[in-house]
Ligand binder design. Structure first.
Ligand code: HEM
Length: 129
């Protein structure tokens, strides 16, 4: 049996394993490797983000919508559903490799919802420019 996602330490394991896959991905790795200069800070921030999302601890205070609009603009409006799909498949696969249970399912569902929202927001933002 695999572990349940119970605390920040579990989320840290998930986030680190996930970004190892992302950074090595031939299609989308370069977006991250180009923009993220300080990986320790990024991994800490994303651990805060998912901990806040799952356990309502109020650690993350950023604005992912704004950040992804900037990422898309930085790459000249080239981010498509393909990039979001690859991101999500890595997320699901990493969760399944390490964890199971209700919180694991919740993190898959939340990322799926958020990916749609972020992607459509990027589209909307392009029209304004
Ligand atoms: C599919 C769902 C996704 C979720 C839930 C997600 C979530 C996040 C979050 C929470 C951050 C931190 C925002 C902050 O700085 O406060 C972030 C940063 C970032 N995301 Fe995503 N992301 C997703 C998809 C993508 C995709 C598809 C790409 C590009 C192909 C991408 C590229 C980036 C980059 C480059 C950063 C760092 C930006 C910077 O620090 O300069 N993300 N993401």
């Amino acid at each position: 049996m695999k572990k349940q996602i119970e605390n920040r330490a579990d989320i840290e394991v998930l986030v680190h394993a996930f970004y190892t896959k992302i950074r090595a991905d031939k299609e989308i790795g370069s977006y991250f490797n180009t923009m993220i200069k300080d990986w320790d800070t990024h991994l800490e921030k994303l651990t805060d983000f998912w901990e806040t999302n799952l356990f309502a601890v109020k650690k993350y205070k950023g604005n992912p919508q704004e950040v992804h609009n900037e990422v898309d603009a930085h790459f000249g409006g080239k981010i498509t559903s393909n990039e979001f799909g690859i991101w999500l498949n890595h997320w699901f696969q990493t969760i399944d490799e390490h964890f199971e249970g209700e919180n694991a399912d919740t993190l898959k569902r939340r990322a799926r919802k958020m990916s749609t929202f972020l992607y459509l927001s990027v589209f909307e933002h392009r029209k304004k420019n």
